[in-house]
Ligand binder design. Sequence first.
Ligand SMILES: Nc1ncnc2c1ncn2[C@@H]1O[C@H](COP(=O)(O)OP(=O)(O)OP(=O)(O)O)[C@@H](O)[C@H]1O
Length: 349
Amino acid sequence: MNLHLDIAVDLGTFDLAVALGAAGGAVTAVLGPNGAGKSTLLRCIAGSLAIDRGTISLGGRVLDAPPTTFVRPEHRAIGVVHQDHLLFPHLSALDNVAFGLRSRGVRRAAARDGARELLDRLGVGSVASSPPTELSGGQAQRVALARALATEPDALLLDEPLAALDAATRIEVRRDLRRHLAEFAGPAILVTHDPVDALALADEVVVLEAGRVAQRGPIGEVTSEPRSRYVADLIGTNLLVGTADGTSLTTDRGLVVALAEAPRGPVFATIAPAAVALHRREPEGSPRNRWRTTVAHLDRLGDRVRVHAALPVGLVAEITPASAADLALAEGSELWVSVKATEVVAYPR
Ligand SMILES: Nc1ncnc2c1ncn2[C@@H]1O[C@H](COP(=O)(O)OP(=O)(O)OP(=O)(O)O)[C@@H](O)[C@H]1O
């Protein structure tokens, strides 16, 4: 059961144009900054928003293909889990899960049996008779997943399913979700802001920016060769965009960077923040890349300090608090930055 879509939607101030395929049994994470169009994409698949052009099909069945075909949301066999679970407040957890089965014509007793079994499977059987207001965030999210799975959907859509949970619950629900997604035979699309969710849960990643696919592929590939500032920021690495001539690369900010081996033409390049060395005086010896700059700002990140060099150098270095103290770094202070040519990893744009 594969999901295929190639769609265009025009919302006036925003337009979405996306093509993607998601295989049965695979989890595809959709990542992207606020306003990139992630929720709009899910609404199109779920059927709460009709597309303007293109097609959406699931298991070969066409769900939306204007102007001829539009399958209503309740006939799409797609389960949806939202960030805020959206359980019916006047129904118990059990009846929330049974509701979907009832609306598909399953008799009351059988629907409640099915719902009870699912709640047990998801580890929330003990709160079956509680109303949503008496559930913790983690319990409510498990009930919401049970409700989505109850009708045996052909595909699952999860819109930031872990975002409303506290840190400890999030880890627990993420682990359970991983297990349930592994058992799910259809395609699952997971919208998330959190690269940890994508790493833990997804097989494939699609990065959306401004309504377009900026990058896609297996998660390891996307993170090892970022092709947008959004992805580079997400994984915390330096991304250079420029043109290479075989020995060096000139960035779009006018910085010339020596390379150990270089493709020619338009390239991206990454430099790990830990590979950016800082010095109070001009470094001696081998580094071919050395620049005099100032500190634009400093961030403390766990047991590391991230030092942002001013433009046009614009690189971020990651050092220990002890080194930051040795270097007497403060915003505006002068420093030298060096990077070995072998630490610059370039790949074609
Ligand atoms: N019904 C609508 N009419 C007009 N514009 C809309 C409509 N719905 C969403 N938009 C716009 O579409 C853009 C994409 O919104 P969307 O909610 O899909 O982004 P998102 O990637 O899910 O963002 P977030 O991460 O903040 O949830 C936004 O600029 C939003 O204002």
